[in-house]
Design a protein around this ligand. Structure first.
Ligand SMILES: C[S@@+](CC[C@H](N)C(=O)[O-])C[C@H]1O[C@@H](n2cnc3c(N)ncnc32)[C@H](O)[C@@H]1O
Length: 387
């Protein structure tokens, strides 16, 4: 049983999301969340009816602690926002949410104006950090109190230099429970041109790939994806295909480009990712590179295959992730494999790429009736599994 998140005589019972698929020993909040909320409490800022903008709240610890505030919570993660909503529902009766108003924003939304306090959870991705600091600098000034927090070991001198560069004068707190706060005055800021989205040419094609800040392989084609693209299936007319964990959509895009025109026209392809920036990048990449096939493609922000119909897909392609935020975990790959088995038609195929040492072959063999190795190199294996 995990300890509750406590603040100002309140207790929040918080779960990571999705609840049943996670390692139950991993906590849904960390010492930096606690430090940020205690700071507001000690400085009498927690109960003042202020307008608070929160970035990258993992599963709601920050957003749900500001019970008397108008809260805007920005995230690039569908799972984080689902977790936040679940935790809000579970805790609504125990905490007095009297003046609490909560607006969920995705990472590409316009930011709200007239914000009193920004609580900023430093993300793992440096690109996302730069993108968000650039946006904060463009929207706010020193009327807004800016406080960031993270584990002390994740705040490097180079991280602080980014706060100095984009926002202005920056200082840090003492470490408490191995977490630290960062205070920046949004003053004398230098407004810089956004660095994102980045673009790069996709080798052996005329395609240009566009990548928003939090997208996997935003600087260049991933080595695994490059190998996977060489071993994609040949489709049949009217196949329903899913690019699961699509990132910038390079796998689905390559698949479409490789099929003969007659098949291309009848394929339906769903691009799914839990990162909002990934889904928008994938959509842009189809619109820019294969505009005539756009109408056959769907783009959705989802946790794996949640709510996808059973027995509905012919082929699923996947280059699975092996971490969630800062936690290294294989539960997402497992969720993707079991979900694929449910969503595939009988005889349908899941084709995946993974690092050799991850043992995906054994995992797949526990679920699928037939599992075959298609190709391997020093680092990766490509496997197909049939329902
Ligand atoms: C290894 S990357 C592969 C990206 C892209 N397919 C490629 O090969 O370049 C894994 C992707 O899975 C996404 N992802 C992570 N957890 C997810 C989940 N629960 N549901 C859907 N997508 C998820 C990540 O955002 C990331 O884009």
């Amino acid at each position: 049983m995990q300890s509750p998140f406590t603040f100002n005589n309140n207790k929040l019972s918080l779960s990571r999301f999705p609840i049943d698929k996670n390692n139950p020993t991993l906590q849904a909040w960390d010492a930096a969340d606690e430090y940020l909320i205690n700071y507001l409490n000690e400085n009498n800022l927690l109960n003042k009816g202020l307008k608070i903008l929160i970035f990258n709240d993992a599963f709601g610890a920050l957003s749900l602690s500001c019970t008397q505030q108008q809260v805007f919570s920005v995230s690039d993660s569908f799972i984080s926002q689902q977790g936040l909503q679940h935790n809000l529902h579970v805790n609504a009766q125990q905490i007095a949410l009297t003046h609490h108003s909560l607006t969920l924003l995705n990472s590409l939304d316009e930011l709200p104006q007239d914000i009193d306090i920004i609580l900023y959870k430093i993300p793992k991705s440096k690109s996302l950090l730069i993108e968000q600091l650039t946006k904060i600098a463009a929207n706010y000034n020193d009327d807004t109190l800016f406080i960031a927090g993270a584990r002390a070991k994740d705040i490097h001198t180079s991280t602080l230099k980014l706060f100095e560069k984009h926002l202005g004068s920056t200082s840090t707190s003492l470490a408490v429970k191995k977490a630290r706060l960062v205070f920046s005055q949004i003053k004398n800021k230098v407004l810089t041109e956004p660095l994102f989205p980045t673009t790069w040419p996709l080798e052996n094609t005329d395609f240009v790939i566009t990548n928003h800040a939090n997208v996997f392989a935003r600087e260049q084609l991933d080595l695994g994806a490059r190998f996977f693209i060489q071993h994609l299936p040949t489709l049949k007319a009217h196949d329903h295909v899913i690019d699961l964990g699509c990132g910038n959509g390079v796998i689905g895009l390559s698949l479409l480009a490789q099929q003969k025109t007659i098949v291309q026209d009848s394929i339906q392809l769903d691009f799914i990712d839990e990162s909002y920036m990934a889904v928008v990048s994938a959509k842009t990449n189809i619109e820019n590179n294969l505009p005539t096939l756009k109408a056959q493609c769907n783009f959705s922000w989802n946790d794996c295959l949640t709510n996808k119909k059973d027995d509905s897909a012919d082929v699923i392609l996947c280059n699975p992730p092996f971490h969630q935020q800062y936690a290294v975990t294989d539960h997402i790959a497992w969720q993707m494999f079991t979900g694929s088995h449910r969503v595939l038609k009988k005889g349908g195929e899941l084709r995946i790429i993974g690092n050799r040492q991850l043992g995906y072959h054994t995992k797949l063999a526990k679920i699928f009736s037939k599992v075959e190795l298609i190709a391997s190199n020093k680092k990766f294996v490509i496997i197909k599994a049939f329902k």
